[in-house]
Design a protein around this ligand. Structure first.
Ligand SMILES: NC(=O)c1ccc[n+]([C@@H]2O[C@H](COP(=O)([O-])OP(=O)(O)OC[C@H]3O[C@@H](n4cnc5c(N)ncnc54)[C@H](O)[C@@H]3O)[C@@H](O)[C@H]2O)c1
Length: 446
């Protein structure tokens, strides 16, 4: 089948590569000439495990092409996927300008029936706006061409995106035309072989399903972070509590890890956008607003612990920071808790020596050269001469480090473990002062 994907970011590139991998002819369109040039030169502009191999083999087979030529893209695919960004606007709503620009382009160039598929995460009602935009562009041309708009939200996780696309938990198709459901069923058939994962519904329910999924996951995290903060003050260990509650199958062990707050390109903006839509609909979403507020507070927790430990000013201190990306296995720095921490440390006059297996380049792109940030080549280099170690992102290579070597490299043996990766008793045996998240280190009067 012929497929066009607008947007060659995390979602567009993975979608295009995976659809090409099962034999479809895919054209990926992006407005970023630099990105398209790199892709045509065989480079992958983002870090996503396994993506380079899938892109390379399908480019070589001639099934996956990259262009900035919108007209070529619209002429190519029966399926026109919109996978462009929907970043937060100043008021927290999702900025729809990129999605609507694609809709307009399709309307301006289409000459035969097209299925326009919203894969970006978009507020409920967006399919109607896309439909209006296409209709307007067609009217301006004085032509009447049939088209359908479908909501097909994406659920992939950065870091496991290929696996998630190839073996999805669900394929949500929101449409008002049963024929398009059948065409999309055919397109997704190769990813739907073990058992039927396709769930068809009306468009608005499909649009809301994506927000509901992310809001639920964000709620689980904020719930655990709230409990962790309580455990800390009650003299309890949230890790025991986590095991204790996870054993109930109605609760489960998934996604109930306390930490330094959630980040990334999805949870923060999607929770905010849904809360914004709720207010607009005249029904403020109290729970969602609390989820956001708890997360914003959680992103301060590591800095508060560091400040409390040193008591005096942080000016002149150097902090070794392990892990910059918002989670392991990605170079994505959007809304990363490390950014909030670094910015607070700099504000307080401290220096940061940071190491991340993938996100250093992106960090440098964001912050540029500055005297209070040293981006290191290894976890060991980050420790050299630092006052303490802060673990922010739980990359696998940080899981079982050489604590003697850490102790030798630091000025004093202090660890702030933002992901509860280390066993406090084990670490203390090496002589470290250990701070985790929700592990009884702020016990107050009860
Ligand atoms: N990243 C994720 O893990 C993830 C998961 C599920 C859903 N989503 C959603 O998918 C959407 C895309 O996210 P992403 O992380 O891939 O974004 P991204 O920022 O990585 O990529 C977006 C791309 O779209 C391009 N673009 C912008 N306007 C364009 C236009 N008019 N024509 C063609 N290309 C254009 C940009 O240049 C950029 O390359 C968002 O709505 C996001 O919420 C993201």
């Amino acid at each position: 089948m012929k497929v066009t994907i607008f947007g060659s970011g995390y979602v567009g590139l993975v979608t295009g590569a995976c659809l090409a991998d099962v034999g479809n002819q895919v054209v990926c369109v992006d407005i970023d000439q630099g990105k398209i040039d790199r892709l045509n030169a065989g480079e992958i502009p983002i870090f996503e495990p396994g993506l380079d191999a899938v892109v390379a083999r399908n480019r070589e087979a001639g099934r996956l092409k990259f262009t900035t030529d919108v007209a070529q893209g619209v002429a190519h695919g029966l399926f026109q996927f919109i996978a462009v960004g929907t970043p937060p606007d100043e008021d927290g709503s999702a900025d729809m300008q990129y999605v609507l620009a694609v809709a307009r382009s399709v309307g301006e160039h289409m000459n035969e029936y097209r299925i326009i598929i919203d894969k970006s995460t978009v507020p409920v009602g967006t399919a109607d706006r896309v439909k209006d935009e296409v209709t307007r562009a067609l009217a301006e041309r004085g032509v009447a061409i049939d088209f359908d708009v479908v909501s097909n939200p994406e659920f992939l996780k950065e870091g496991a995106a290929i696996e998630d696309f190839m073996r999805p938990d669900r394929i949500i198709i929101g449409t008002d035309n049963p024929r398009t459901t059948e065409l999309l069923r055919l397109l997704y058939e190769p990813f739907n072989r073990q058992h039927d994962r396709l769930i068809a519904m009306d468009i608005r329910s499909a649009e809301l399903t994506k927000y509901a999924a992310n809001a639920m996951l964000a709620t689980k995290i904020s719930f655990m972070n709230e409990l962790a903060n309580l455990a800390e003050r009650f003299g309890a260990d949230i890790e025991h509590v986590r095991l204790g509650i996870g054993s109930d199958p109605r609760i489960g062990y998934h996604f109930i890890y306390p930490g330094a707050g959630y980040g990334g390109s999805c949870f923060p903006k999607d929770v905010t956008a849904l809360a914004h839509s709720a207010r607009k609909a005249g029904f403020p979403a109290l729970l969602l607003e609390a989820v956001e507020a708890v997360n914003a507070r959680q992103k301060q927790v590591l800095f508060e612990k560091i400040s409390a430990h040193y008591g005096d000013s942080l000016a002149g201190r150097t902090v070794a920071l392990w892990g910059l990306s918002f989670k392991p296995n990605t170079d994505d720095m959007r809304e990363a808790p490390s950014r909030v921490l670094m910015e607070a440390l700099w504000e307080a006059g401290a220096k940061v020596r940071a190491y991340d297996p993938q996100a250093s380049e992106e960090t440098h792109r964001i912050y540029g050269d500055r005297p209070d940030l040293v981006l290191c080549e290894s976890s060991a280099e980050a420790l050299e001469g630092a006052d303490c170690l802060v673990l922010v992102t739980e990359w696998r290579e940080f899981r079982s480090p050489d604590f003697d070597a850490i102790k030798a490299a630091l000025k004093a043996p202090v660890i702030f473990d933002g992901r509860n990766v280390y066993d406090p008793d084990f670490v203390k045996r090496f002589g470290f002062t250990y701070y985790g998240i929700g592990r009884g280190d702020r016990v107050g009067p009860l």
